[in-house]
Design a protein. Structure first.
Length: 251
């Protein structure tokens, strides 16, 4: 996925074009963001469970982030068919194939979801904050659609040891997401190639091994299997996902 041109969409803070942005190489650890830089559009290496503190008008995250926009907010009305998500992939790129088993032990292939809007993210079941927020947003968006079946949520584990089928099912049940999410599991050897294909960095925090530091991002994949848009963990608006799902699902 290196070499993508990722741009800001309309109706969100305007952003500089970031040609060739290829995270996590572009990730800047412990980067300070000013008020005008509303989108540390989490091509973000976020330590789930981290905290933020404010200073000199900005916020300091204990995770890391790649800053891809800095100008002041500028709201622009969306044109018909225009995606609302803040990270547009230009040109769209074919989503790398994923072949893994899900939480029910069934073999899953990403290519089997052609014709659907697919929201792909990388999470773990014991994450105390960021992952639940992303998954709750995806669930809320799916429930709000006129045709919920046109949208599929796929989560790839970033915690091979902690994400057991039981732990994942408990996570989903507690958030009313049972039957709404395909959560892909495996060993580190099985998951690492998928992380690499999608430029996802995942590692445990030495001081607290149960906490996984990982890139927090949702990919929007269209009916033809192309990555079209990305959504940061913060800010993340359910309205962006709800707006974009029918566009991504259009054949």
């Amino acid at each position: 996925m290196g070499g993508y041109c990722i741009q800001s969409a309309g109706a969100v803070p305007a952003a500089r074009e970031a040609p060739g942005l290829n995270y996590p190489d572009a990730v800047i650890r412990r980067r300070r963001s000013g008020v005008a830089a509303l989108a540390l559009l989490a091509l973000a290496l976020t330590a789930c469970g981290s905290s933020s503190s404010s200073g000199d008008g900005g916020s300091v995250s204990t995770g890391a982030a790649a800053e891809v926009s800095t100008p002041a907010a500028q709201t622009v009305a969306l044109k018909p068919g225009q995606l609302a998500g803040p990270l547009l992939v230009r040109p769209p790129k074919k989503a790398p194939q994923i072949v893994l088993h899900d939480q029910d032990g069934k073999l899953f292939k990403l290519s089997s979801l052609r014709g659907k809007a697919v929201y792909l993210t990388f999470v773990y079941s014991h994450c105390p904050d960021v992952c639940p927020l992303m998954m709750n947003a995806l669930g809320a968006a799916k429930r709000s659609l006129e045709d919920p079946g046109s949208m599929r949520i796929v989560a790839v584990s970033v915690d091979p040891k902690g994400d057991t089928p039981k732990a994942v099912k408990e996570f989903l049940r507690g958030r009313q997401l049972t039957g709404k999410v395909t959560w892909l599991l495996g060993t580190k050897a099985q998951l690492s190639p998928v992380w690499s294909a999608y430029n996802i960095l995942a590692k445990s925090v030495p001081q607290t091994p149960a906490i996984i530091e990982h890139v927090s991002l949702i990919y929007g994949i269209d009916a033809k299997g192309r990555i079209r848009v990305g959504y940061p963990a913060s800010p993340l608006k359910v309205a962006w996902i709800t707006h974009d799902a029918p566009i991504l699902a259009a054949k």
